[in-house]
Design a protein. Structure first.
Length: 174
């Protein structure tokens, strides 16, 4: 098990292999389908994004409201393939990587390789466990999208698997 803290350097990314188990800590941003559409509207209109893209990791998730005494409710991954049409452009613009569930397209894998980034897989159905690893959550963009708004999460020891490494090796191909 590797312990990693975001942001990850190019050297750290290059050392990761498909299938590696990691505990990830640091800041990630949630974004699902509707948020990605809005992000692309901003980019197409030349507007500044309301959160940093360069080096950031996007978690394909929509956090549930926080119960009493917690920073966040359940926060499990959504199906990553729904972001296939968005991920290559974001990676080419400097996105540091993604966290989600399930396989992504060949175009996304090519963009990961081209940019030396990785795609982490989270465990579907483990949203409550992931919620407990969130130490702080705040909505930073598009609050009108409710659960699909962009949230800035501070995570600690988030259990993940390197699904696709920076060389294009994939746990889905093994």
């Amino acid at each position: 098990m590797k312990r990693l803290t975001l942001p990850l350097s190019d050297e750290q990314l290059a050392e990761l292999n498909a299938g590696d188990s990691v505990l990830l800590s640091g800041v990630v941003y949630t974004a699902r389908d509707c948020a990605h559409k809005r992000i692309f509207e901003y980019l197409d209109e030349g507007k500044a994004l309301p959160f940093p893209l360069e080096g950031s990791v996007i978690y394909y998730a929509g956090p549930c409201p926080a119960p009493e005494g917690k920073a966040c409710g359940s926060c499990g991954p959504t199906t990553s393939a729904r972001m296939n049409s968005f991920a290559p452009r974001l990676l080419d613009l400097g996105l540091g990587g993604m966290i989600g569930k399930g396989e992504m397209s060949d175009e996304v894998v090519a963009a990961l390789v081209r940019n030396g980034k990785v795609y982490f897989a989270a465990i579907g159905g483990a949203g409550a466990i992931y919620g407990n690893a969130i130490k702080k959550s705040e909505c930073v963009a598009f609050p009108d999208l409710l659960s699909e708004a962009v949230h800035r999460l501070e995570i600690e020891d988030y259990p993940l698997v390197v699904a696709v490494d920076s060389r294009g090796n994939s746990v889905y191909q093994k």
